[in-house]
Design a protein around this ligand. Structure first.
Ligand SMILES: *[C@@H]1O[C@H](CO)[C@@H](O)[C@H](O)[C@H]1NC(C)=O
Ligand SMILES: *[C@@H]1O[C@H](CO)[C@@H](O)[C@H](O)[C@H]1NC(C)=O
Ligand SMILES: *[C@@H]1O[C@H](CO)[C@@H](O)[C@H](O)[C@H]1NC(C)=O
Ligand SMILES: *[C@@H]1O[C@H](CO)[C@@H](O)[C@H](O)[C@H]1NC(C)=O
Ligand SMILES: *[C@@H]1O[C@H](CO)[C@@H](O)[C@H](O)[C@H]1NC(C)=O
Length: 255
């Protein structure tokens, strides 16, 4: 009888210490929360999401990536990027990017960013103050925003597109995927062929949007879910550990 209890208790103690060891060894205990906003490596962000390789290559070859990273690093304003997927570049036939000058290519890259952090909720305001100047500066490099039943549409004159998902939306860096390469009138002129501007009546937008991008987009941008789940797992281990100790303590009292 007594022997049986001793075996059970030693077993429980061994189990609880091993569980305890595992919890302490868990790497999620290590980092203390930083006081300021986190550093976001834009190169890394764009190279793992997407694929945005074409756009990233342009950003690197023009060194615009450094301008963007500096804005993200060192300003309270933050930054908002609109990144076209690789397929948007491969679909782009009409105005070719191949014979742009280095300066034009640089401006094209800068045209895909706003020198301020905008969450999805902020785009309603942007539609009220459109046209909005981009990082490329000046009126000829501005974008028009419209809010169509919660979907953000943006227009450069040449390209009418919409925000199709949020890649990253955590101050100071917002990155949104767009369906088309944004082409500024400052580079390609105002003589826009009709096929490039398919929206004939932009004012009348009564038709309800079939898809609801908001929930989907926001769900796509939850950068801190893994840390939540690991915290949760740790709490479970801790509770289990306490349970073992309570049971073995109770058994000791019976002896
Ligand atoms: C940012 O990420 C890129 C790609 O992963 C890496 O080459 C670079 O060293 C990183 N920069 C910093 C400052 O961590
Ligand atoms: C941004 O901050 C990171 C981390 O502090 C640093 O390594 C990097 O050089 C900075 N980049 C720029 C362009 O300021
Ligand atoms: C690029 O070159 C092609 C011919 O090679 C020409 O037709 C086109 O107008 C040029 N585009 C620009 C933006 O200069
Ligand atoms: C957006 O507009 C609302 C009112 O329409 C205002 O309360 C809010 O401060 C504005 N946000 C920004 C970022 O301007
Ligand atoms: C933006 O909207 C204004 C007013 O509706 C219009 O005059 C302008 O041409 C538009 N600009 C672009 C780039 O679409």
């Amino acid at each position: 009888m007594n022997y049986y209890y001793i075996v059970v208790i030693s077993l429980l103690l061994v189990l609880s210490t091993s569980v305890n060891g595992q919890a302490i060894g868990s790497p999620s205990l290590a980092p203390a929360p930083a006081p300021g906003p986190e550093y976001t490596n834009l190169t890394e962000l764009l190279s793992v999401a997407g694929p945005f390789n074409t756009f990233l290559d342009y950003l690197i070859s023009t060194k615009v990536i450094d301008t963007f990273q500096e804005q993200a690093n060192n300003t309270v304003e933050g930054i908002t990027l609109f990144v076209p997927k690789d397929s948007a570049f491969s679909k782009l036939k009409k105005p070719s990017l191949s014979n742009l000058t280095a300066d034009q290519l640089k401006s094209l890259c800068l045209f895909h960013a706003l020198p301020h952090y905008y969450s999805l909720a902020d785009f309603k305001n942007l539609s009220e103050i459109s046209p909005v100047n981009t990082f490329a500066g000046g009126e000829l490099y501005s974008l028009n925003f419209t809010d169509v039943s919660g979907t953000v549409h943006l227009s450069s004159g040449w390209a009418n597109t919409k925000v199709s998902s949020a890649v990253h939306a955590s101050y100071p860096v917002a990155v949104y995927q767009v369906d088309k390469v944004l082409l500024p009138e400052a580079i390609f002129g105002t003589d826009i062929p009709p096929s490039a501007a398919p929206a004939p009546a932009p004012v009348v937008d009564i038709a309800p949007a079939a898809d609801s991008p908001d929930g989907k987009s926001l769900a796509a941008s939850s950068p801190d879910s893994p840390s939540h789940s690991s915290t949760h797992r740790m709490m479970c281990w801790g509770m289990l550990n306490h349970l073992f100790l309570a049971i073995s303590g109770g058994l000791l009292m019976f002896l």
